[in-house]
Design a protein around this ligand. Structure first.
Ligand code: GLN
Length: 304
């Protein structure tokens, strides 16, 4: 398949709709990014890569990092992890507090903020030095030792993070947070602040298209069964309460972040990452989601 030609056609179509949606402003450090940016990258498990637009430019991966924290947490806890975090789509916004009260402090899934805070807590418990260890895990998956966190983004989010702080305290009141609230929030803001490009993300999710085996380090990160589970969660919960719309229009497991990135996986075939900072009403990249819809339409591949 000529993926390069398809990416170029997509870029041409998407360019006309830019700027689309609104750049996230609730994290002040993210608000100054141009909504005209657009990049896209494909990496196949056969080793071919394709890029268009600003595919090498770094952006804040935000919630996309929650796939990495889940993968790492899963390696530590195995199936026990599901005692502390659920498996169902939330049908609410990613930072909603309301469900947590009804459901006694067990977050709906690992990708809403409450669920990601529980997974952060798990990693803080297991890792002696959580920040460098986590960074190392991501660098290895993406085959890029230059990936960095962005302390200004993390600080900015902490300053404005009243809702996440409320959520962490709430979880603590239900005994679903074992470490200190401050420590968990610090690690959460750290992992959300990683800066990566579409190329990094396409490389960095390849293990999920490859039955859990990371081709760059030749390591088995997750078992084939765990990989299916992470992909299933991305399909049902990876784009928050737009997961139905995303499955309907794109038809792939995918994970978005408020920095405007989305990564999607076609198991046993490839990964595709896209970035455009303007978000739709559900908090997913507007042009990014449309580009992925064009990708599955033009290539005729989806998981369905
Ligand atoms: N760090 C962001 C937050 O906690 C992540 C949200 C997102 O990307 N959807 O609000």
């Amino acid at each position: 398949m000529n993926y390069q030609e398809i990416l170029e056609e997509i870029q041409e179509e998407v360019r006309h709709m830019l700027p689309a949606g609104k750049v996230a402003t609730y994290i002040p450090q993210l608000s100054s990014i141009s909504p005209h940016k657009f990049g896209m990258a494909v990496q196949t498990i056969d080793g071919d890569s394709f890029q268009v637009g600003e595919a090498f430019e770094h952006f804040s991966i935000q919630s996309i990092s929650k796939v990495y924290t889940l993968a790492l947490g899963f390696t530590f806890e195995g199936e026990k992890i599901w005692n502390r975090v659920g498996l169902e789509p939330s049908g609410t916004t990613f930072n909603s507090l309301i469900q947590l009260e009804y459901e006694q402090g067990i977050p709906r899934n690992p990708f809403v903020n409450a669920g990601a805070l529980v997974v952060s807590d798990i990693l803080v418990s297991h890792l002696k030095d959580p920040q460098p260890s986590f960074l190392d895990f991501v660098r290895q998956r993406a085959n890029n030792t230059y990936i960095q966190d962005d302390p200004l983004v993390a600080f900015s989010e902490g300053q404005a993070g009243f809702r996440n702080a409320a959520m962490a305290n709430f979880l603590k009141s239900f005994s679903n947070l074992t470490n200190e609230v401050e420590e968990v929030l610090k690690f959460y803001y750290f992992h959300c602040s990683l800066s990566m490009s579409c190329v990094d993300l396409a490389n960095g999710f390849l293990f999920l298209a490859n039955k859990g085996h990371c081709p760059w380090t030749n390591q088995t990160v997750l078992t084939a069964s765990q990989t299916k589970r992470v992909n299933a969660l991305m399909l049902t919960c990876g784009t928050y309460d737009a997961a139905g719309d995303f499955a309907f229009n794109v038809g792939l497991p995918g994970k978005s972040g408020v920095g405007g990135g989305i990564v999607a996986v076609i198991p046993n075939r490839l990964t595709v990452a896209v970035w455009s900072p303007g978000l739709n009403k559900k908090g997913n990249s507007a042009a990014g989601q449309y580009a992925l819809e064009l990708f599955t339409t033009k290539t005729g591949v989806s998981i369905f």
